[in-house]
Structures are given as C-alpha cells and as structure tokens.
Design a binder for this molecule. Sequence first.
Ligand code: GLN
Ligand code: ZN
Length: 769
Amino acid sequence: MTAKSAAAAARATVYGYPRQGPNRELKKAIEGYWKGRVTAEALRATAVELRAARWRRLAESGIDEVPTGDFSYYDHVLDTSVMVGAVPARHREAVADDPLDGYFAMARGTRTVAPLEMTKWFDTNYHYLVPELGSDTVFAADSAKQVGELREALALGLTARPVLVGPVTYLLLAKPAPGVAADFEPLTLLDRLLPVYAEVLADLRAAGAEWAQLDEPALVQDRTPAELNAAARAYRELGALGDRPKLLVASYFGRLGDALPVLAKAPVDGLAMDFTGPAAGDVDALAAVGGLPGKRLVAGVVDGRNVWVNDLERSLSTLGTLLGLADRVDVSASCSLLHVPLDTGRERDIDPQVLRWLAFADQKTVEIATLARALTSGTDSVQAELAANRADLASRANSPITRDPAVRARAAAVGDAHTRRSQPYPDRAAAQRAHLRLPLLPTTTIGSFPQTSELRTARADLRAGRIDTARYEERVRSEIREVIGFQEKAGLDVLVHGEAERNDMVQYFAEQLTGYLATQQGWVQSYGTRYVRPPILAGDVSRPEPMTVAWTGYARSLTDRPVKGMLTGPVTMLAWSFVRDDQPLADTARQVALALRDEVDDLEADGTSVIQVDEPALRETLPLRAADHAAYLRWATEAFRLTTAGVRPETQIHTHMCYAEFGDIVRAIDDLDADVISLEAARSHMQVARELAAHGYPREAGPGVYDIHSPRVPSTTEVAELLRAGLRAIPAERLWVNPDCGLKTRGWPETRASLENLVAAAEQVRAEL
Ligand code: GLN
Ligand code: ZN
C-alpha cells in the first residue's frame, strides 16, 4: 500500500445512479401515466421525491459530490436530444402540444408516428434512443431539465455536479434522419452544436454549478484522426468560454488510446477516466503523456458495470500512482452506476457469505467513499474496512463455489479435437439429408411460440405456491401439445416444442446450472421502463441434470416430424449475465460451453436429430476496439464449437442470430461450424442472404421471411417474393424458410395466420423450382 495522504481532500463522487427507486416506483409511475392512471403532476412529484431520496442516499454513503441530470423518465440520450432541440420533424407537433407526451412519443412512438430507433449503449445492455440529425437540423438550447435538477440538489444543501452527454459523443451516436443521405455525418454539425452547449453551461453556471461533467465515452472506441480533431476543437472552444462551470470530461467503458493526449492537452479543468479491467493500463498511458498537471483527475477505480466487491488495496495502490499524475485526485466508479442493481441488502435468497462478495450501487458508493477517505486521511483511517474487504476477497477466492476441481480439470483437458465435428461440413450435410429427408426449402420456426398470459400466470402461481410442480408441468405439456398440433396442421417441416417452460432464454438455463446466482431484486434498466434481472455468473459452471431433454422428448413423442431442440449458446449466456471478474471471459465461456455440451449430447442420445444453439449476442459482445476483436472471436467461436461438436455427423446443428447486418463477422459465423443458420432479414428484404452469398458462405441458411416485430401478418405473396429474393442469392438446396426470430411476444391469431402463409409460400415457390 503506497497511498500517501494527498494535500487536498479527495472527493468521492459518481456519474450516475440507478433511476428506478427501491421498489421500481419510477417504472410504476411512468407506466401509470401512460395508462392514464397517474397524472402528469403526480408523475413529476414522484420523480422529485425519487431524486431527493437518491441524492440523500448517496450523501449518507459518503459521496461528497452528487451527480445531477443523470435521472431520466426514459433515456439520457433522448434527454440530450431535448436539451439541444433535436426533435425529429415528425414529433415536433406532439412536443409543442405537450412536452411530456411528446417526449414519450419520441421514445415509444404513437399510433401514427414512429419512435426514435433504439440501440445498445456501447457494449452494455442499456439501450438509448438514437438522435436523428441532418444538414437542416437547427439546434436550440433547452436547459430546463439540467438546471431544474441541479437546483433541486443544491436546495438540499449538497455539492452537485451536472452530468451531460458530451457534444462529440452525442453526434457520434446520432444517425442521419429519415430522408437524409445515408452518408451524412452528424459530426459535421459540431460547430452548430457547440454554441448550444455553451448556453446550457452558462445556465448551469448561473444556477450555481461549480463543475459540469461532459461524458465522452465515444472516445474509448477507435476514432479517425478527423474525429479526434473534432474532439480537440470541441474542448478548445468550450474551454475558452468565459462564462462556464469548470469542465470535467469523462470517459468510460475502456481505454482512451489516441484520445488521451487530445483530452490531456485540452483546456478543460479535469478528466474522469476508467482505470478498471482493460482500461487499467491507462495509468501508464496517463503517465506517458505527462499526467494532468494543474488538473483534476477523477479516478474510476471501482467497476461501475459489474457486481463484484472491489479489491480496495489494489485500488489504493492505483490511486497512489495516480496521485503523482494530477493536481488533485478524486475517486469514483468506472462509469455510471446505472448498469448495476441497487442494493445487495435486499437479497434474501443468496447465502450471506456469498452476498459479501457482491457490490451493487449502494455498496459501490461506500467503497468509493472508503477509498476517498483513505486518500485524504491515510489508510489507518480505514483499517477496519480493509480488513473486512480482505476477508471477503479471500472467502471468494477460496470458496468451493468459485473453484470446483472437477470443472477445472475438465476445462483444462479440452483439446482441439473437442471443438471439431468428426466430419467436415459437406459430408455432414449429405448425412443429414439422408437422415432427415426434408423437402427443398424446409420450413421451421426459431423456437418460441406465444407466451400467453395463462402461461405467465401459471409460472407466477407456481412461484407463489398456488399450484404445485405437477400442475405447472401439465400446463406446459398441454401448451406443447397445442404448439405441436398447430405446426403439424400448418404443415411445417421441422417442429419446435415452443419454449413454453422458459421465462427467459438466459435465466431459464442459469437457474439450472451450478455456478449461477439469481437475484430477487437485482433490477437493471434495459430501456425505458423495461428492467431485467441478469443472473450472476459467480462460480465454476456445471450442469447437474438435463435441462430441456424432457420437454423436447415430450414434443417428439407427439409427432413423426423432426423436433428441433433449443438451447441458448455460451456467448449469450455470458453476455446477458454479470460475469466473473476473477478469470478471463474465455475461461468462463469454456465452462459454460462444457455444461451446454452435456445438454446437446443428452438431447442427441434421447433421439433429437436437430439442435439449435442460439447466439443472438455473438455480435453485440464484440469489443469496442477493433484490435480486440480477433481474440474475442477466437474464444467465442471456440465455445460454440465446444458446445456442439460432440454430436454425430447426421445430427444437424442450427444457430440463430437476431440481426441483419453482420458483414464484419461472416468469417466468425463460418467458424462456428454450424450446419444451418437463421437470421433476421425480412425488413431488409433479404439483404442478409446477399451478404452471405457475397462472402461465399457455404452452409445452409434461413434468412427470415416474416418480420415478427409487429403483429402484422405477411401475405403469402409477400413471403413468396422474399423467398424468391433469397433464392437469387442462396441455392434452393441450402435455403430454409423461417421467421426472423422467436414468436414469444406475438399473439396466437397473427402467429397462426403468418405461419400458414409462410408454409403456403414455401409450397408455391417449391413448385416453381
Ligand atoms: N429460440 C429463441 C426464441 O425463439 C431465440 C430468441 C432470440 O433469438 N432472441 O425465442
Ligand atoms: Zn432472434
């Protein structure tokens, strides 16, 4: 431990905090407002209360400087669009009529007007609303939300720092508005946008802000020299303003790379940087650019996006090094705490010893405060905390949950042979044709059928003890009978059991695998009022018992047609969970793959000859920097092959992914060595099929011909048209006919009609061959 006490007191701060409230009050209030049960006034009052409660809670845990403006009714990027006046033309009327309803119209659309597009916030599972800009965009400052929230916090007697999405990141996250040329670059609007930021900053200064934080996470991605120049120009101009708060430019989710010297040289007053995980090396990078003389450094040393207790001594040693590199060092999490659940104290089902390994937002704020105290008053002042932390870390490291010798031995013994099918693809394809005897253009679905409210009620009843397991399972079996009966009648070729038993495609498996923890209250915002409870990959993973074999087997017993088994792949099992931080992701993936391999092998042994392993997260898990892609794709594809390679040549392995653009990973998709892939394609009119063909993809593929994202029923003619488009790219021997994705969010009426049309279209096009 090298931290000496700093001259100035180190402040503890965060960039953001979960928005929902301890009992998801915000979600309830907003959804109530949408349904007309909560008035706008009541919604505002709830929001004011929740904000005050969260600031008080932060202050009580020892946070010296609280964030403002990070709260949102829906999304902070949408809030930024409002702040700069970038309201799309189609929403202007609604916003003028009623700003609150207009805001929600931008977020969710109305019966007549489409919402903004939603996409993932960097490599997190939070989704933001994509700004739509064009050369005719006229920005105008609206600082009301930022100023209002700052005033609320100041009125509580707190030191507060407004947090804004920075102008460069805002523009880099935007896309050309509808009707604007696709090659329009929103960053060209920077000169128009900066005066708006200047105005907002002046308003914040007038309202009492000493500091303002501008978030520029886009700078941890690969940026062109022109983009870096734009960043330099932006902060030269904002720095030169006379009437402004001190500026803190924040980056997170990775290392700054070439952007570090740009920001270090900028005439701003401080930087907030991520020093966790892959960004730990930025300590050296910062030293290499000569540190931040005369500036404030906010050191993100507590992982803001994962759930593990911090290694306080290691953080103190990092902070000790950083103390020599800036005028003043403050302590924070690596990013907003938006990405983690609120409080471990609310968990009742996790072993108390294991719970001590975990830190959610409220535990992280205490860690940050402890670290700041150690910097200010020396480590003697935190001896008790350090001792408790050492004990928790040791308990985690030495627990049989964390280290299962059998799992480790098995993973260590994995060799190349385990990740390779016994025959090359062309030979397998022939064996599968002989075995499955499917028609040309075989029809199938992606797995799930409508999750009816009766099914959800049955699951809730089971959880609450109102029905027993036998009753519940009979409910699921009856659903399977229904689903199989319909598919036979409709004339589909490869059937599915419908996934009636699954609450969620990751959670269902996580609940049955050793090594995963489930939370009761670990809600994290996915988008808007949608919150999810990601499982926690805490220990070594194994599969004590088959997870899907009985359901798939039951479905098979009801029909003579092939039934496709359905599993979630290893990459997706990691991507939608909190992952271990004490071993490389690749190691965790390998363990999950081995557990899933057991399931694949058992399905095959039980008589299932078609098995689909879904990997919708393969592409979204791509690291932010291109330099890291190859290493990621190597372990990710290996994990998929390890899951699936143990089967006989005549067993057909399918995979499924939910996106339409993947030119950058076609090689990796080929490396999965699956026999059949299904992808989203309906909305892009089979663009995927043409891309696969352009890359010489040699395997069977099912580009989706039915857009399942809306209740609209595609006509037979439409589906047949899409199929013909598919056939122009992929030969009939290798083309499958299926929807874009699973049907769990659809209702039965449109599902029935759409699939009937899909089968009719396949028959029609087959007749033309
Ligand atoms: N098999 C899953 C389903 O049909 C796949 C879901 C997904 O791709 N997201 O629901
Ligand atoms: Zn999908």
